[in-house]
Structure formats: structure tokens, C-alpha cells
Design a protein around this ligand. Sequence first.
Ligand SMILES: NC(=O)c1ccc[n+]([C@@H]2O[C@H](COP(=O)([O-])OP(=O)(O)OC[C@H]3O[C@@H](n4cnc5c(N)ncnc54)[C@H](O)[C@@H]3O)[C@@H](O)[C@H]2O)c1
Length: 256
Amino acid sequence: MRLESKVALITGGGSGIGRACAEMFAREGARVAVSDISLERAQATTQFVTSHGGDAIAISGDVSVGDDAQNMVSATVEKFGKLDVLVNSAGVSARNAMPKGSSPEEVWDKVIDVNLKGTYMVSWHAMPEMAKSGGGSIINLSSIMGLVGYPVGMGGGFNPYNPSKGGVLQFTRNLAIDSASKNVRVNCICPGYVETDLTSALTKDAEALRRLETLHPIGRLGQPEEIAYAALYLASDESGFVTGTPLVVDGGYTAQ
Ligand SMILES: NC(=O)c1ccc[n+]([C@@H]2O[C@H](COP(=O)([O-])OP(=O)(O)OC[C@H]3O[C@@H](n4cnc5c(N)ncnc54)[C@H](O)[C@@H]3O)[C@@H](O)[C@H]2O)c1
């Protein structure tokens, strides 16, 4: 098994890419701590994992709140004795997180707080624990939107999602350089559009779905497991020489 004896904390593990990572990591031998702002969702993931023979705990908390971020890490270490892998998958888009009529300032604060500050805060608390265990791997979820802008006609100009994901990429690079001496590797994944709750408002609309599919040369959207496979590689010792890297998994979106 590729993650035998490793302990992984997965934020946003109650849905989509985070949930797929939790399930796959557990199948590969890791003990998994699943955190989410929704305890119910986190528990649904851990129930699935334990019912398939894995070892998991559910932790509720908001990644953008420092005390909650600290608790996610300490609850993991309390239960499993150490921390080897962190996947920062908790994230929101303006479309799925904000009630209609929110001000531009509210939208900016929410998206940047969860996506960028949340990644920063949980990593901040995870780093000393990983250093204590002799090293580790942090995997951040950036996006194609951290690499390129929205296509013409998609109204992305004031969308804070791209700045949040571009920030995650730069944070990844800085932290990778700074933590290499502690044997902690830090990478990010840049997925194309993936079918999850995050994108469901778009994919429900048949015309919008067709447009999105044609933006990917492969002709379809990704599945959460296809991103989890990339995370599995970055979590495992197979990627021991990989740090500070954006791993693009996008069906060719950014190759154009
Ligand atoms: N789905 C895509 O197309 C896509 C593409 C590129 C990058 N991403 C990124 O991948 C990550 C996972 O996205 P997904 O598609 O699986 O989304 P998702 O909505 O399916 O899952 C996100 C999870 O994060 C949790 N969450 C939200 N706010 C939180 C907070 N403040 N604290 C803790 N948990 C919180 C939600 O409850 C949810 O369970 C996100 O960072 C997203 O930006 C997604």
C-alpha cells in the first residue's frame, strides 16, 4: 500500500475532491482525519472509510478561524500520534458560498478567507507537527484559475476566486522553499473543472455544462478521483524529489 503507516489530515473532506482523497488514502493504508465546516459531511466520509475497514476521525471546524485550524491539527495528533500529510481541500467559490445580494467586499472577504487564509492557517499549525515526525507532505488545492484568467465572456474580472488560487500557488512555492530543510514538501494541484458540489450550479445547466466541456480538449469535466490520484502521488514517498510544484490536472485546459 502506498501510504502505509502515514497519518493524513484532509480539510474539506466532507465532499468532492477532499472526500475522494480521504477514501483513496484510507484504501492505501493511511489513517485519516477528515475535517469540514459541516460535521455531518465529515462524519459521512468517516463512516464510509470505517465501514470499508479504514481508520478515520471526523473533526468540525472552519479553516479560516485560527483556533479551529489549530484544533484540526491537535485533534489529529491526539488521535493518531503524528501528522505526515495535509491536504488543504476546503474551499468555496463566490457562486456557491455567497447569498444573492452580498456586497463585493463580503464576497472578497469570504473567498479569500476560506481559500487562501484557510490554507495558510492549517499549514501553519501542521508544519511543526510534521517537522516533529521527521518530515511530511502538504498538498494545496490551487486551480487552473490560479494559472490563467477566466475565458472571454465568463465575467471573471472581479471574481476573487482566481486571486485566491493564484495566492495559494505562490504560498505553496514560498513554503516549499522555507520548509525543505525540515523535510516537509509542499505542492499544489491545479485541477480543471471537476464535477463536485462546488461546480454543481454550473453543471446543472445543460448549456453551461456543454460550454465547460468544450473548454477542456479532453471534452469532459474531471471526476474527484482523478484529482485524488494526483494527491496520492504527492502524499506518497514516490514524489520525494517533488516540491514547490503546481501539478496541473486539467484535461488540457491550460495547454491551449
Ligand atoms: N471542483 C472544481 O472544479 C475545482 C477545480 C479546481 C480547484 N478546486 C478546489 O478544490 C477544492 C475542493 O473543491 P471541491 O470541488 O471538492 O468542493 P466541494 O464543495 O465539493 O467541497 C468543499 C468542502 O469544503 C468545505 N468547506 C467550505 N468552507 C469551509 C471552511 N470555511 N472550513 C472548512 N471546510 C469548509 C465544504 O463544507 C465542503 O465539504 C477547493 O479548494 C476548490 O477551490 C475545485
